[in-house]
Design a protein around this ligand. Structure first.
Ligand SMILES: [Zn+2]
Length: 363
């Protein structure tokens, strides 16, 4: 079976290798195949793919870009979980541009620049409301849960039959595609790209990892990775006030419980914002990914805790949404600096998860 898949891939890749601009080739990369490639040993020039993870509720493409790294260590970058946070989507797109022309990163990486393209379109189509408390584009509909709060129970895998979250609500299609992509690709570290209206809290944060029962695995390296990214941003004149680098360097989001000592129970914030219908409640992507899975019902979904970095970019607006030229340039610079930090530090050879798997064929 493994051999057949690899032969099939060689055939597919060879046909794309002829394309003048491979990076722009529309190769459909089925999610089920993401886990079957041994990326480091993969032959040929074909080390960049633009793929379609699937389609949104309004039938928009959900793009995913794959860039082969120097190693088979695996990272994932997710933008547009909140469609209203347009600047965060810009950071993801800038990162794709940088990786297209720059050297290979240490990690092999999948970038999903905009997970909820319908919601981002809603935000873009209401330009006067971008960055306002109206939050246009954050939710898919009035009664749907916060897209960042639709994960399965902590320590449990995504149930493909029921497709419900921790609170029994149907997980939106876009998040289902994300969960399947995580299952197939098995990233060891994830960046969840967001933006924040109050720029005092802009910065780089890490979720504490735990075992499947919620016991802390030790926060030191997660915290160091987040702080290193923040330091990098600050040195390039980027804005990361939430990390308090000059007073008391921190990698903990201000609303999250403090990191527990290794071996003790880690408190998690499962309530989020207190909103009508409990739509702000539920397990966040950060909490779910950073908890190991040991699932008696579907043990093939078991995995270690994933290192999870949440980026909170300053302000929701894209550079083009700012009124004057100076502001636009300044914000474009912030987008580049944040993207640089992800490429250089997060995708670099820092705090590499052990053991690194030499292959992740799952057949
Ligand atoms: Zn957000």
């Amino acid at each position: 079976m493994k051999r057949i898949i690899i032969v099939l891939w060689v055939a597919i890749i060879s046909s794309y290798a002829d394309a003048a601009n491979l990076a722009n080739a529309d190769s459909v990369l089925p999610i089920s195949k993401l886990g079957s490639i041994n990326f480091t040993n993969y032959p040929g020039k074909a080390n960049t793919y633009r793929a379609i993870l699937g389609y949104s509720q309004q039938e928009r493409e959900i793009e995913a870009w794959y860039f082969a790294g120097e190693t088979s260590n695996r990272a994932m970058i997710i933008g547009g979980v909140h469609g209203s946070e347009l600047s965060a989507i810009e950071v993801a797109r800038e990162l794709i541009r940088q990786l297209q022309s720059g050297p290979r990163p240490y990690y092999s990486v999948i970038i999903i620049p905009c997970l909820f393209p319908d919601n981002a379109a809603t935000a873009i189509n209401n330009p006067a409301l971008i960055g306002t408390v109206n939050n246009k584009g954050r939710y898919s509909a009035t009664h749907t849960a916060d897209p960042n709060r639709q994960m399965p129970a902590l320590g449990r895998g995504f149930d493909y039959q029921r497709s419900t979250d921790y609170l029994g609500r149907l997980i939106e299609k876009e998040n289902q595609l994300l969960l399947k992509a995580i299952d197939a690709f098995r990233p060891q570290r994830i960046v969840n790209l967001h933006a924040i209206r109050n720029i005092d809290f802009a910065g780089i944060y890490a979720d504490p990892r735990t075992d499947s029962d919620g016991y802390a695995l030790g926060y030191e390296t997660d915290s160091s990775l987040a702080v290193d990214m923040a330091v990098y941003i600050q040195l390039q004149k980027g804005v990361v006030p939430g990390n308090k680098l000059l007073t008391q360097p921190s990698s903990l989001y201000y609303k999250d419980p403090i990191a527990a000592l290794r071996g003790s129970i880690q408190k998690r914030n499962l309530t989020g914002a207190n909103l009508p219908g409990g739509k702000g409640h539920g397990v966040s992507l950060g909490g779910w990914a950073s908890t190991a899975i040991a699932d008696p019902i579907c043990p093939d979904r078991n995995r270690p805790a994933i290192r999870l970095i949440t980026v909170e970019f300053p302000g929701y607006k894209r550079p083009a949404d700012y009124r004057d030229q100076t502001q636009r340039q300044m914000m474009q610079q912030q987008v580049s600096i944040y993207s640089n930090a992800i490429r250089e530090i997060f995708l670099g050879n820092y705090y590499v998860e052990q053991p690194a798997l030499s292959t992740f064929a799952r057949n």
